[in-house]
Design a protein around this ligand. Structure first.
Ligand code: NI
Length: 259
């Protein structure tokens, strides 16, 4: 099945088929993490790493809000550096063709990808990302950050610690993925990067404004999309019920999307 949603609810059961589940599980109180493998090819990862090696890293606090800056200790590329722009373009081009990202994030606008680096002893304590962000170089255009993405550029065996930990009502979800893989999660969640105790962790991260603001509605659409893909493979496209489900997906999107 293309794409896989980690619907991390009680007992790991799908919230749509658990009769005893309280209704509030269907709302944005639940978070959905989507891991997308192989967003970048090994050649693209190598190219990114080479360009980043010779880049002008600066203190990461330049882009953090007041509160987040207190717990942030890492390095970033300046958003207007040639390397950040070029590699950001590369990532956006690749994402443009990534069906899982589109299905999970339903992006309306994506901020230029940024790049960070945690050397040994660097960390970013628990924080929340700013809800509204200014698009660099746009003359003040702002977007609402709905969906956060982290694209790993280091392999897990290159560093110790440095896990991305995303929190919801049900606990903490730890993410550490191979280079070239990405995790997509709601910007509304508290999250942190634990201290790197050995080696270095490099990544790209960025925010998107989604056509569907509500995390719960967006997650329902994603799961419906996955189910439709699965059922089309099993039944083929000639079944009236397949067409009816596709129609339902688009009618929900029509009802919930804001452009
Ligand atoms: Ni953050």
């Amino acid at each position: 099945m293309p794409g896989f949603a980690q619907t991390q609810g009680p007992g790991g059961r799908s919230r749509y088929h658990t009769e005893s589940a309280p209704l509030h599980l269907l709302t944005s109180e639940r978070i959905m993490l989507v891991q997308i493998p192989d967003v970048l090819t090994p050649e693209q990862i190598r190219y990114c790493r080479e360009r980043l090696e010779s880049s002008p890293w600066v203190d990461g606090r330049v882009t953090a809000g007041d509160l987040a800056a207190k717990s942030k200790h890492n390095l970033q590329l300046p958003v207007d550096s040639a390397e950040a722009r070029e590699l950001g373009e590369l990532i956006l081009t690749v994402l443009g063709g990534n069906a899982t990202y589109h299905s999970a994030a339903l992006p309306l606008r994506v901020l230029p990808p940024m790049f960070n680096r945690y050397d040994t002893a660097m960390t970013f304590g628990s924080h929340v990302d700013n809800a509204i962000r200014t698009v660099p170089g746009s003359g003040g255009m702002r977007i609402r950050a709905d969906v956060s993405s982290t694209l790993f550029l280091s392999d897990p065996d290159e560093y110790e610690g440095g896990e991305l930990v995303i929190k919801d009502l049900y606990g903490s979800h730890t993410v550490k993925l191979p280079a070239g893989h990405m995790v997509v999660y709601p910007s509304s969640s508290l999250h942190e990067v634990t201290p790197v105790t050995k080696g270095a962790r490099w990544a790209s991260f960025f925010w998107a404004q989604s056509m569907v603001k509500d995390d719960g509605q967006r997650s329902m659409l994603y799961e419906l999309d996955l189910a439709i893909i699965d059922i089309r493979q099993r039944l083929g496209d000639d079944q009236a019920s397949v067409l009816a489900l596709v129609n339902h997906y688009h009618n929900l999107l029509r009802r919930w999307a804001e452009l």
